[in-house]
Design a protein around this ligand. Structure first.
Ligand SMILES: Nc1ncnc2c1ncn2[C@@H]1O[C@H](COP(=O)(O)OP(=O)(O)OP(=O)(O)O)[C@@H](O)[C@H]1O
Length: 257
């Protein structure tokens, strides 16, 4: 059974200037295998983040179902959701606003343990040091504040924090879009290494088809709330079936990764 199964997801919001509703996600079904990276692409406003947030139940779907490792996410009660939250984490685009500017890195990384409790057998302080090393920062980072780091380093801190509770599923919501190309490439390669060493499952949201081609096993293409194409990343990027996918490919330059 697939690790993540989303079926017929719908999200509607009240229309702003009129009666009625706007359907921002329209009947989206997808699966993600354990250890796989599924890319989710589409132009701005096509509903990518909303789909991702529904998988994590940060946004409540209007209709549809989500199962993660066989657990019915939308039917989970408080305790069930608490357990699931440890297993699913998200890394956002803007590495600065995601970090509390008044906290030192040590506190930022320990915070998930403070909220959820440390997983069995974990020594949080040791885990913090090990993770910092794994994301390519040295221990002197611990006593510094987010503003003392570059964008790429901040995103490394975000990634370390997301990994603190040993999650299995990460939503990466345009994690490198705010970074310079060469820094972005380093962070993407870090994400690949971490996936290999932890067996992580990724949903990777991006505007960049070359990046998706490089990083993802499969890719799902969204247009105005609907999923219009899904398949092997190489196949979709090199032989897109949909005109819309072809436009997306034409719109993004090559990446020197
Ligand atoms: N809370 C909300 N209330 C009303 N409309 C919303 C809300 N959240 C999102 N939307 C609308 O839903 C649509 C899809 O937004 P979403 O952020 O999922 O798109 P996206 O593909 O992730 O875009 P981007 O690439 O710009 O992040 C947009 O038109 C957005 O304005």
């Amino acid at each position: 059974m697939s690790f993540v199964i989303a079926q017929n997801l719908v999200k509607e919001y009240p229309a702003k200037n009129a009666a009625g509703k706007v359907r921002v996600v329209d009947d989206v079904s997808l699966t993600i295998e354990r250890g796989e990276t599924l890319g989710l692409v589409g132009e701005s406003g096509s509903g990518k983040s909303t789909v991702a947030r529904m998988l994590l139940r940060l946004v409540e779907p209007t209709a549809g179902s989500v199962h993660v490792d066989g657990v019915d996410v939308l039917a989970a009660g408080r305790a069930g959701m608490h357990a699931l939250r440890r297993r699913m984490q998200v890394v956002f685009q803007d590495p600065y606003s995601a970090l509390n500017p008044r906290m030192r890195v040590r506190q930022i990384l320990l915070e998930p343990c403070a909220i959820h409790g440390a997983p069995e057998g974990m020594r949080p302080e040791e885990r913090v040091r090990q993770l910092l090393h794994e994301v390519g920062l040295d221990a002197s980072a611990l006593d510094r504040y987010p503003h003392e780091f570059s964008g790429g380093q901040r995103q490394r801190i975000n990634i370390a924090r997301a990994l603190m509770l040993r999650p299995e599923f990460l939503v990466l919501d345009e994690p490198v879009s705010a970074l310079d190309v060469s820094v972005a490439a380093q962070v993407v390669n870090l994400l690949r290494e971490l996936q290999r060493s932890y067996g992580l499952t990724y949903l990777f949201i991006s505007h960049s088809m070359p990046l998706v081609r490089y990083l993802c096993d499969r890719v799902a293409v969204m247009q105005r709330g609907k999923l219009v194409e899904i398949g092997e990343a190489l196949e979709v990027c090199d032989h897109p079936r949909e005109a819309y996918t072809q436009q997306l490919i034409a719109a993004t330059p090559e990446l020197p990764v």
